[in-house]
Unconditional design. Structure first.
Lengths: 545, 307
C-alpha cells in the first residue's frame, strides 16, 4: 500500500542518544512498551517462584521470608510497572495520532514521565540485595508495614519507588487531558474521538483524582516508619490501622479501573476493525466509561468488608451497580460482532479472548459484592482468581491485542501471525489452567499469601494444576519473544493501513514521520479513515441504524 | 454456515481433548466435588451465607452461559468467508435494545443487593446475652482461646486473684518450616448454643476465619471485635488466619470442635480441675501444648494452659 509521507518514514536506527533524549511521543510510547515488557518478564519470574513453591505442600525451594517478598513484588511490579505503564504507553503513542495532533501538549514532561519508571523500578528492586525487598503484600497494611514489624530498607525503598511512579502517572494524566482537550484536529468533536481516546481521558481523570491520595498515604507511612509518626501505628496513641486501608483503597480501587479502561478502549478499536462494522452503541459506551469512572470512586471499602469498620450496605450496593456499565460494554462488543464479517487475526483473537475471560472476572466480582459471600472468600484464593481474570484475562489480553494490532504502525512491520496464534492458544489455555482452579481453592478455604499449606486440606492437586498452568503461560511467551526478535530484524513490511482500520493513525505512514501527518482526511464521524476508504461507495452500504 | 465439516471436527476434537484431560486430572486427584462449592455450613449463619451464595451462583452461571454462548455463536456464525470483501450492514446501535440490556442488569443487581443485605442482617445479628463467651487473642503467630467463668472477665484472667478460674487453650509455636512439629489450638464450643467471640490482637492485623462457618472477621489492634455464631453440626472444623500477618502467617491455623453441650461442659470442667500429680504417661489426647502457655507481651491474660 502506498505511503503518504512526503519524507521517508522515520527509521529507528537513530542511535542511543536519540532514544535517551527523545521527546517524540511515538518513541516515548515505544520506550514505555519495552520497559513494561521487560518488567512483565521480571514480574512473571516472581510469579513462577510463587507457583513453584506452592506446587506441593511443604517448603521446598525458599524460606517464608523470600516467599513473602516474591508475592509482594510480583503484584507491585505487575500493577505499577507493567499494566499501568503499558497502557499509558499505548496512550502516549496513539492519542496524538488518533486526534490528528503532531505530539502531546508537553513533550518534555512526557519524557520525564517515562524515565521515572525504570528509575523507580530499580529503586524498588534494589531492596533485594539490601536486606530484602518489601514483603508485606502490595497492600502494605499497618501495623505490619510499620518499622517494628517490617525491618530493613525494603519497604522504604518501595514507598519511594511508588511515589515516583505516582508522579509519573499524574504528570502523564495532565499531559493527556490537555492534549485531548486542546489539540484535536478540526472536525474532531469529542463525540467523534476514537473510543480509546475517551478511555484514556476518563483514566486520566481517575489518575488525577486518585493518585495524590496514594502518594499522601505513602508519605504518611514513611513518616511513621522513619520519624516516629503515629498515622497508622497502633502502638502509639492515635494510630489507626484502618485509616491506612481507607486511604490506600481510595486510590487503589480506582487504580483497577485505570488498569482496565484503556484495555477496553483497545478492544473497542480492534473488534470493529475486524468485524468490518462500527462499534455498536458508541455513545452508550462513552457514558458507560464515564459511569465506571465515577462509580469507581464509591466502592473502595468493599476491600474492607471483614474489618467491622465499614458501612456495608452502601459499598455493597455501589459494587453491585458498577457491574451494570461493565455489562453494557460486553453487550456492545458482542453486538458489534453480530452480523459482521469477522477476521481472526491474532489481535482479534486476543480481543475475543478478552471478552470471554473478562466476563468470568466480572461475574466472580459480582459474587464479591454480596457481603455474606465476601465474608467467606475474602483473602482466599477466590480473590486471587478474580484479580487475575480481570487483570490478566482483561488487561493483559487487551494489551497483547493492542501490541499485535499497532505493532505494524509502530515499527512498519507486522508481527508474524502464525507465531502470534501459537502465543494466543498457549496463554489462553495456560491462563485458565492457572486461575480457574483458584476459585475452587478459595471456596474450600485456602487463604492467600501463604508460603505453604496443610497437606491434608485437599488442596494439593489443584495447586499442582495451577503451577502447570503458570509454566504453560511462561512457555507461551517464548514464541512471542521470538516473534518480536525476528520481526524487528526483518518482518513483513506493513503499509499505512494493513488492517483497513477506521481511525486517524492509519492515515499516515508506518511508522509515521516525526510530525505525524502530511495531511489529514476530512473528519466527519468517529471513523474518518473508513469514510475516506468508502467515499465512493453507494451510500446504502455505509449508512445503517 | 461458514464452517466446513473439517473445521467442526477439529474444534470438537480440541474440546473433547480438553474435557478428557480435565476428567483424567480430577480422577487421580484429592480434589472432589465438595470443594467446588463452599463447605457444607456448620453454623446457622453459615447456612444463610450458603443460601445467598447458591442464588448468586445460579445467576452468575446463567449470565456466563448466556454471554459466552452469544460470543461463541458470533465467532462461529459471522466468520468472514474467503474472498468476501463486501461490507456488512453498518449498524451503529439500537436504542431500544440498549435500554433493555441496561434495565435488566440493573434489576438483577438490585435484587441481588436486597437479598444479600437481608442475609447480612441474619449473619451479623447479635443477641445481648449469649450463653457462651470466649476470648480470642491473636498474635504473631498463634491463637489463644480464653474461657472465663461467670463473673470473671476474660481480660482479667491473668490477674493472680483469678488464678485457676480460667481455661486458656494455645497451640505449640511454629518451629521453622516444619509443620509436623506444630499443633494448632482447638476451640471447644457447644452445639446449638450462641457463642460470642471477643477478639483482640496484640500486634498486627490478624483474621479469624472458619471456612465451615463461611465467616471471617479481621482483628485489628485498637479495634477489638465481637462476633457471634451458633454451630449446628458436630465436628472438628479447621480455621486459619487470613489477614497476612508476617513471616509465619501460614502457620496460624486453629480448629473449632463442635460437641454436644454435655461433652463441652465436661471438657470445661476437666480443664478447670487442678492436674493430678505428674505420672510417667503423657496426659490425654487432643492437640496442643502442656506447660507454660506461649507468652505474648506483658499484660496478656494467658493463664494456665490446657489441651
Amino acid at each position: 500500500m502506498a505511503t503518504t509521507a512526503l519524507r521517508p518514514a522515520a527509521t529507528y536506527r537513530t542511535g542511543l542518544y536519540e532514544w535517551l533524549t527523545t521527546t517524540d511521543h511515538k518513541k516515548i510510547g515505544i520506550l514505555y512498551t519495552f520497559n513494561s515488557l521487560i518488567l512483565f518478564l521480571i514480574g512473571g519470574m516472581f510469579a513462577l517462584a510463587v507457583r513453584t513453591e506452592l506446587a506441593q505442600p511443604g517448603l521446598q525451594f525458599m524460606t517464608e521470608a523470600t516467599y513473602n517478598q516474591m508475592f509482594t513484588m510480583h503484584a507491585s511490579v505487575m500493577i505499577f510497572w507493567v499494566v499501568i505503564p503499558f497502557l499509558a504507553g499505548f496512550g502516549n503513542y496513539l492519542v496524538p495520532l488518533m486526534i490528528g495532533a503532531p505530539d502531546m501538549a508537553f513533550p518534555r514532561i512526557n519524557a520525564l514521565s517515562f524515565w521515572l519508571l525504570p528509575l523507580s523500578a530499580m529503586i524498588a528492586m534494589i531492596g533485594f540485595p539490601l536486606g530484602g525487598a518489601a514483603a508485606e503484600g502490595w497492600t502494605s497494611y499497618s501495623p505490619l508495614a510499620q518499622s517494628k514489624f517490617s525491618t530493613g530498607p525494603g519497604t522504604d525503598l518501595w514507598i519511594v519507588a511508588l511515589t515516583l511512579v505516582g508522579t509519573s502517572s499524574i504528570l502523564g494524566a495532565i499531559n493527556f487531558l490537555v492534549t485531548i482537550f486542546k489539540m484535536r484536529a478540526p472536525g474532531m468533536t469529542l463525540f467523534r474521538m476514537p473510543v480509546f481516546v475517551w478511555t484514556i481521558m476518563v483514566t486520566s481523570v481517575l489518575v488525577l483524582m486518585g493518585t495524590p491520595v496514594l502518594t499522601s498515604a505513602l508519605i504518611m507511612l514513611y513518616i511513621d516508619r522513619n520519624f516516629g509518626g503515629s498515622f497508622f501505628n497502633t502502638a502509639l496513641a492515635g494510630g489507626n490501622a484502618i485509616l491506612w486501608q481507607n486511604v490506600f483503597w481510595f486510590y487503589s480501587h480506582p487504580a483497577v479501573y485505570i488498569m482496565i479502561l484503556p484495555a477496553m478502549g483497545i478492544v473497542s478499536e480492534v473488534i470493529p476493525t475486524f468485524s468490518r462494522k462500527p462499534l455498536f452503541g458508541y455513545k452508550a459506551f462513552v457514558f458507560a466509561t464515564a459511569g465506571i469512572g465515577a462509580l469507581g470512586f464509591s466502592v473502595w471499602a468493599h476491600h474492607m468488608f471483614t474489618t467491622g469498620s465499614v458501612y456495608l450496605p452502601f459499598f455493597s450496593l455501589m459494587t453491585f451497580l458498577i457491574a451494570v456499565p461493565t455489562g453494557v460494554k460486553m453487550f456492545n462488543w458482542v453486538a458489534t460482532m453480530f452480523r459482521g464479517k469477522l477476521r481472526f487475526t491474532t489481535a482479534m483473537l486476543y480481543a475475543v479472548g478478552f471478552l470471554s475471560l473478562f466476563l468470568i472476572g466480572g461475574i466472580n466480582g459480582a459474587f464479591l459484592a454480596s457481603v455474606p459471600v465476601d465474608y467467606h472468600v475474602h483473602a482466599t484464593y477466590f480473590i486471587v482468581a478474580h484479580i487475575h481474570y480481570v487483570l490478566f484475562g482483561g488487561s493483559i489480553m487487551g494489551i497483547f491485542a493492542g501490541l499485535y494490532y499497532w505493532w505494524p504502525k509502530m515499527f512498519g512491520r507486522k508481527l508474524n501471525e502464525g507465531l502470534g496464534k501459537i502465543h494466543f492458544v498457549g496463554i489462553f489455555i495456560g491462563m485458565n489452567l492457572t486461575f480457574f482452579p483458584m476459585h475452587l481453592l478459595g471456596l474450600s478455604g485456602m487463604p492467600r499469601r501463604i508460603a505453604d499449606y496443610s497437606a491434608t486440606a485437599g488442596w494439593n492437586d489443584l495447586n499442582l494444576l495451577a503451577t502447570i498452568g503458570g509454566f504453560t503461560i511462561a512457555v507461551s511467551m517464548l514464541p512471542f519473544l521470538w516473534n518480536v526478535f525476528i520481526t524487528l530484524r526483518g518482518g513483513e513490511p506493513a503499509g499505512d493501513d494493513p488492517w483497513e482500520g477506521n481511525t486517524l493513525e492509519w492515515a499516515t505512514s508506518s511508522p509515521p514521520p516525526p510530525y505525524n501527518f502530511d495531511h489529514l482526511p476530512p473528519i466527519r464521524s468517529e471513523r474518518p479513515v473508513f469514510d475516506r476508504r468508502h467515499a465512493n461507495d453507494a451510500p446504502a452500504l455505509t449508512a445503517g441504524h | 454456515m461458514g464452517l466446513t465439516a473439517k473445521r467442526w471436527a477439529r474444534r470438537a476434537g480440541a474440546v473433547a481433548a480438553l474435557g478428557a484431560l480435565a476428567v483424567l486430572l480430577s480422577a487421580c486427584s484429592d480434589f472432589n466435588l465438595r470443594t467446588a462449592v463452599p463447605p457444607d455450613a456448620a453454623s446457622v449463619q453459615g447456612q444463610a451465607s450458603r443460601n445467598i451464595y447458591d442464588i448468586v451462583f445460579v445467576i452468575g452461571a446463567a449470565v456466563f452461559f448466556l454471554v459466552e454462548g452469544l460470543i461463541l455463536f458470533a465467532v462461529l456464525r459471522y466468520r468472514r468467508r474467503a474472498g468476501d470483501d463486501e461490507l456488512p450492514p453498518q449498524i451503529h446501535g439500537n436504542n431500544r435494545l440498549e435500554i433493555i440490556w441496561t434495565a435488566i442488569p440493573i434489576a438483577i443487581v438490585l435484587a441481588l443487593f436486597v437479598l444479600s443485605w437481608q442475609t447480612l442482617n441474619t449473619v451479623d445479628a447479635r443477641t445481648p446475652t449469649p450463653p457462651v463467651r470466649i476470648g480470642v487473642i491473636a498474635y504473631q503467630w498463634q491463637w489463644e482461646f480464653v474461657y472465663a467463668p461467670d463473673g470473671v472477665r476474660w481480660e482479667d484472667c491473668g490477674v493472680p486473684a483469678n488464678k485457676g478460674k480460667c481455661v486458656t487453650v494455645v497451640g505449640t509455636p511454629p518451629a521453622g518450616g516444619d509443620r509436623s512439629k506444630w499443633t494448632p489450638p482447638t476451640m471447644h464450643v457447644p452445639l446449638d448454643e450462641t457463642v460470642e467471640l471477643q477478639m483482640h490482637s496484640l500486634d498486627v492485623i490478624h483474621s479469624f476465619y472458619v471456612p465451615a462457618f463461611l465467616y471471617q472477621r479481621d482483628i485489628t489492634p485498637r479495634k477489638d471485635q465481637v462476633i457471634q455464631f451458633t454451630a449446628d453440626r458436630i465436628g472438628i472444623y479447621r480455621g486459619q488466619c487470613t489477614q497476612f500477618c508476617g513471616l509465619y502467617h501460614q502457620f496460624m491455623e486453629f480448629q473449632v470442635k463442635v460437641e454436644p453441650k454435655a461433652d463441652y461442659v465436661a471438657w470445661l470442667q476437666q480443664e478447670l480441675t487442678p492436674p493430678s500429680p505428674p505420672s510417667a504417661v503423657p496426659s490425654a489426647s487432643g492437640p496442643s501444648a502442656s506447660g507454660p502457655a506461649a507468652s505474648g507481651p506483658a499484660g496478656s491474660p494467658a493463664a494456665s494452659s490446657a489441651p
